[in-house]
Design a protein around this ligand. Structure first.
Ligand SMILES: Cc1cc2nc3c(=O)[nH]c(=O)nc-3n(C[C@H](O)[C@H](O)[C@H](O)COP(=O)(O)OP(=O)(O)OC[C@H]3O[C@@H](n4cnc5c(N)ncnc54)[C@H](O)[C@@H]3O)c2cc1C
Length: 396
């Protein structure tokens, strides 16, 4: 394979001081163990938004994790950010979800926004006062995002939006939405403001989607019916009309590394739960960890989590170096999400019948993990991205 190239427009990220990184990660790890894990299943089973936990995330500055320091954020590098996501997902994947779409929008703005847009939005995003949703998917356009139909028609100094957007995570509570829509020039990304939890004739939540897992935060369908937004909301200004898909795909690279990190968190939680249970449960006169079949499962799970971590770190390091990392992010996302799914399945088996009971955490992990195979591009789409890149890089 040829080496990666530094891509114009992708700038290297200043490395986070290792001491600062360890301090932040240690703080979040302790918080997750003490305050998240004890309440996660209760919130999840009630499908209740965890307001007190999100308030604490705000106080830690997590919503500004990737906001550059000059706009009031922590300006963390991608390696540190992915480690944080792993810790959050270890406690409860939905908390990572509250942060994920927000951070994708932070990245879109930091990389592509005009100075005015950055100054307007990033400082309020850093504190979590403004939280963002990312709206690309439609009822008939998911993997094939380029076929999206939502229309943005220019009218004076406004755009008139018509269409339906699907799967908008954080769609109700968000105060800022990154919206992909079709303008005469092609797909354009808009960043527009809305009032959280308030809708109108022209902008409605047409459906709240009941989910298998990933509960506690809303995922909704949003219907636009002659909804007007200012022309100044075009991400990066008028010269970026028709260039939204490129910007969005760049943002999704971070999203994919971040899903890989989440998958590690879920996989590690499943492994830890299995290990604990394997010491507690006895069959045939000995703890089940003394059966080789169980040890093999634990060995496979630990190996998968470790391999996922290494792939994720590699993709994150490339991003920090300002290099194009679509293939590596795809590899990390593909491997880690499949590994996460594998670990919850094996942990579930180790728990025997109790794994099927709501009394054990594994039941929640078992329902959360499959989303990782789908969100930010399915496993099949990752293989397409990886395959295409491999062919491009192959020198005859
Ligand atoms: C809980 C949840 C939250 C989400 N949050 C957001 C969000 O906040 N914002 C947002 O924009 N989107 C969001 N999504 C949407 C998500 O990104 C899409 O579901 C995903 O991209 C897949 O699209 P799809 O569901 O339309 O599946 P489809 O594209 O219809 O795919 C169906 C199947 O066909 C396969 N397939 C498709 N094309 C090919 C091909 N060329 N070759 C081989 N196989 C193929 C897929 O891998 C899959 O197995 C969310 C989804 C979920 C479930």
């Amino acid at each position: 394979m040829a080496s990666n190239d530094v891509v114009p427009g992708l700038t290297p990220v200043a490395p986070t001081d290792p001491e600062v990184a360890e301090q932040i990660i240690g703080t979040i790890r302790d918080w997750v163990r003490k305050e998240v894990i004890p309440v996660a299943s209760e919130y999840e089973h009630a499908d209740e938004f965890p307001t007190p936990l999100v308030e604490q995330m705000k106080a830690f500055g997590l919503f500004g994790a990737k906001v550059p320091e000059e706009y009031g954020g922590l300006g963390l590098d991608t390696v540190t950010y992915t480690r944080l996501m792993e810790e959050l997902a270890y406690g409860w994947m939905s908390l990572a979800g509250v942060l994920n779409t927000h951070t994708i929008v932070v990245t879109l703005l930091s990389r592509n926004g005009t100075e005015e847009q950055k100054k307007e939005h990033l400082p309020r995003m850093a504190t979590g006062e403004v939280r963002a949703a990312f709206s690309l998917s439609e009822p008939d356009a998911g993997s094939d995002a380029a076929s999206l139909r939502c229309k943005a028609t220019p009218d004076g100094d406004e755009y008139v939006i018509n269409g339906t957007k699907m799967w908008v995570t954080n769609g109700e509570r968000a105060a800022l939405v990154a919206l992909a829509a079709r303008t005469p020039e092609g797909i354009t990304c808009f960043i527009y403001e809305k009032t959280p939890n308030e809708f109108s004739e022209s902008l409605q939540v047409s459906r709240t989607i009941e989910k298998l897992g990933y509960k506690g935060l809303e995922t909704v369908e949003m219907a636009y019916n002659d909804h007007r937004i200012p022309a100044s909301t075009v991400l990066g200004g008028p010269q970026n009309l028709g260039r939204g898909l490129n910007a969005i795909l760049g943002g999704l690279e971070l999203g994919r590394v971040n899903i890989a990190a989440r998958a590690q968190g879920v996989g590690r939680a499943a492994y830890d739960a299995a290990m604990k249970y394997a010491f507690e449960r006895e069959t045939f006169g000995k703890p089940i960890n003394q059966h080789q079949a169980i040890q093999f499962k634990l060995a496979d799970m630990a190996t998968q989590v470790e391999a996922a971590r290494l792939l994720t770190l590699r993709a994150a390091r490339l991003k920090d170096a300002g290099e194009r990392s679509d293939m590596e992010a795809g590899m990390a996302k593909l491997f880690a999400s499949e590994a996460g799914r594998f670990c919850v399945e094996e942990s579930f088996r180790i728990h025997g019948g109790y794994g099927y009971s709501k009394e054990y955490e594994i039941e929640r992990l078992y329902r959360d993990a499959p989303l990782l195979l789908i969100g930010e591009g399915t496993s099949e789409i990752q293989r397409m991205v990886i395959g295409k890149k491999l062919l491009q890089r192959h020198k005859i």
